[in-house]
Design a protein around this ligand. Sequence first.
Ligand code: ARG
Length: 451
Amino acid sequence: ASTAVRRDRFSGGPARDFLSSMGADDRIFQADLAVDRAHVVMLAEQGIVEEDDAASILRALDDVEASGFGALPDGEDVHEAIETAVIERVGPDGGKMHTARSRNDEVATCIRYRLREDVLDAVEQVVAFREVLADAAEAEAETVMPGFTHLQPAQPTTVGHYLLSYERALARDTARLLDAYERVNQSPLGGAAFAGTPFDIDRQRTAELLGFDGVVENATDAGSARDFLFETTSALAGLSLTLSGLAEDLVIFANKGLVELSDDYSSTSSIMPQKKNPDTLELVRSVAGDAAAGLQGLLTTLKGLPRAYNRDLQNATPHAWGAVDAVSEAVEVAAGAVATAEWPAETLEAEAEKGFSCATGVADVLAMHGVPFRTAHEVVADAGEAGGDLDAVAAACEDVLGKPLGEVADVEAVAAALDPASNVAMRDSRGGPAPSAVEQTLGVVASDLAA
Ligand code: ARG
């Protein structure tokens, strides 16, 4: 009864809903039950709470879990509501659960516990996407396509090489998430309000029971720190940038007929019957906005907060959840879109020739025969103005170098450079698009994915 009085006094009034985090706390319901259990087990092991009381509390927690989040009594947050539910079942001794801790270390522990799972889920999804990209890259290692810089035809490449460029970027996004995970996975529990506790608690033990790698050492830091939130959200924002670039490419490619997206990842128009729009990828592209918003929201909310716990922190957390959910969904959709996309080889090869895309390869051949690259560049630029075929190269060669092409270079090699497929095959430098080089990169990718 005395607890009821305390809560009526402090949590009632017109600001009750404003104070409450119940709307967002569903997400940490399971985490809070786990944290409660670990804490109670530790309290019993340390002789701080009697075993009978601990057993009753643990039974009550099982019952609270079975009843579900929706059945919780009213409370300012999930921590208070679960405690109330335990006391309802056990009687006043249920209140021993909150010995030697505060909601400040409790909520920080719950967030880390849940975020850990979310980060691992996100990593799994990204790795699955990387496998999709690697498989598609292997299948399309010889599929020649136009490569663009400044959105203009630049040099022929292959679909395989193009896709691996995103697999490699996602590998770094994976590493950033895992790096953030290490610092998420530390236990603040036992820091109490900010200043520790006189009880002989074992923080290492609760950390172990909850599967954390270690404890956040300083009790004030434990409950105050949210850098793990912005670090994770920042990694997610980086990942969303990778996704947005890929999505943008695919939107453009689909528009030019360079890729055929599956109907499952397209949408139509309510009025224009002929339309097949790449809407899912446009939404993937937009998710960079959600992730950046989450990151900005966090940084702005956290700026200038004094030590130790301040209620602002309650509003920080949902920014991270929002980013996690939006980005995870986008990864899955992007993976599905790539897995089901078809690359029209003939169109791609024909397009790869356009815009004198083979020019650089021709200049390379001349330079390989001893023409200074800058001079070769001039010859090929002139040839481009004259139509960019073999005759044009020969005429430009005469013009600029005063010698027939046959005396300057192997004419067959020049002719080969004008063919997109052999033009690509020439570029077998490490990480290049030649099928042999792509095969080597695929080896690196495979060993990374197996690690
Ligand atoms: N629900 C709060 C949060 O999410 C935890 C409560 C701590 N409250 C307090 N007044 N010390 O941050």
